[in-house]
Design a protein around this ligand. Structure first.
Ligand SMILES: *Cc1c(COP(=O)(O)O)cnc(C)c1O
Length: 368
């Protein structure tokens, strides 16, 4: 059997290990927030966000951000049908309803025209998810948000290193969220980040993130409201801080891997990959190939061939409305169709050229 090629795997060096060791050894008592604050500072510096709050997950960051916007029972939040469920679950935690709309054919991100058509008096937010690092059409989404007075939020969990008109993903909308799960470009094992440029929203989420204790509250053990507990630990933040010192390296390697695939497949007909549209930069978290309908290549065939080669390629996100807890929306035809003929390619930091060639050979052999 050929050696296994993983689809993602973190890149952890002696740097991250040394910071984590320091945090485990010394980061207690009055130092118990030091790495958290250092990680947040680095993150702000890299993204250009004014405010940042490290969290235990992206899901938690989204939950708090939506709560801070006042999303509640009976409200609606619009997001793309093509998504990981983590973008939708926090909406339901608040008793609100996720409204799934179709995606664009080229970016696989939310279709602004479909957003506009889905707006009702109950719409409280629009979530733009930069899927696989591909950047949403923020120009149109922001214009819609402005027209109807509805905040546009960015779930940038997959988009570290992605930019829109030079601005980092997550800094364009009302707030942005990130994930540092072990499969993401930057990891802390589990973890996330909430960022915003809005001082009032920042204060609100800071209070919520601290069990409802306002930062100015001088009384001890005195929450002013019911909050949440989605904090990151200092040890995780130490790993994140080390990863931030290497963030340019981590992102450029993702771009390099994508370019390797793209160049190798440039002359192969019948397939397309993640786009990088004008005025955007793609962090290429997940290089993905979509086969044209005319090729007859299916998800099942792709999975079978990659399994045979011991390559851990992953299926494209299922349309969320097709999951058992939601009501089917097969009218979102693009989001329902693409996963049938698409695959995510391995792209971990230390993948070798020999391994990349093995993946490429599988794709080429399928086309012939
Ligand atoms: C990974 C991911 C999340 C979830 O992040 P967690 O840190 O696991 O909560 C949310 N949204 C998107 C788009 C993701 O890819």
């Amino acid at each position: 059997m050929k050696s296994k090629i993983h689809y993602t795997k973190p890149s952890i060096t002696e740097l991250e290990v040394s910071y984590a060791t320091d945090a485990a050894r010394n980061g207690w008592g009055e130092k118990c927030y030091d790495y958290i604050h250092k990680f947040e500072e680095k993150f702000k510096e890299f993204t250009g966000a004014k405010f940042a709050i490290a969290t235990s997950s992206c899901t938690g960051a989204l939950h708090m951000g939506l709560a801070a916007l006042g999303v509640q029972a009976g409200d609606e939040v619009i997001l793309a049908e093509t998504n990981w469920i983590a973008s939708a679950s926090p909406i339901t935690y608040l008793g609100a309803k996720p409204i799934f709309v179709d995606v664009l054919e080229d970016t696989w991100c939310i279709d602004p025209a479909k957003v506009q058509a889905a707006i009702t008096p109950r719409t409280k937010a629009i979530i733009a998810v930069h899927i696989y690092g591909n950047v949403c059409d923020m120009d149109k989404l922001l214009a819609i948000g402005e027209k109807y007075g509805i905040p546009v939020i960015e779930d940038a969990a997959e988009a570290i290193g992605s930019r829109w008109h030079g601005k980092h993903a997550g800094t364009v909308g009302k707030f942005g969220t990130f994930s540092f799960h072990g499969t993401k470009t930057l990891t802390t094992g589990e973890g996330g980040m909430f960022i915003t440029n809005d001082p009032a929203l920042y204060e609100k989420v800071l209070t919520l993130s601290n069990h409802g204790r306002a930062s100015g509250q001088t009384k001890q053990f005195w929450p002013d409201e019911i909050g949440f507990k989605y904090k990151m630990s200092n040890i995780q933040a130490a790993i994140g801080y080390g990863q931030m010192e290497r963030i340019h390296e981590l992102v450029s390697r993702k771009r390099e891997i994508f370019d390797y695939y793209a160049r190798a497949l440039a002359d192969t007909p019948g397939l397309s990959m993640n786009p990088e549209n004008i005025n955007t930069q793609n962090g290429y978290w997940m290089p993905t190939v979509i086969f044209d309908v005319s090729t007859g290549i299916t998800r099942e065939k792709l999975q079978q061939r990659f399994n045979e080669e011991n390559i851990d390629a992953r299926v494209f996100f299922h349309p969320l409305s097709s999951l058992p807890m939601f009501e089917d929306r097969p009218g979102n035809t693009i989001a329902w169709d693409i996963p049938n003929r698409a695959i995510n390619l391995p792209s971990y930091h230390d993948i070798t050229d020999v391994e990349l060639e093995r993946v490429i050979q599988v794709l080429k052999s399928l086309i012939q």
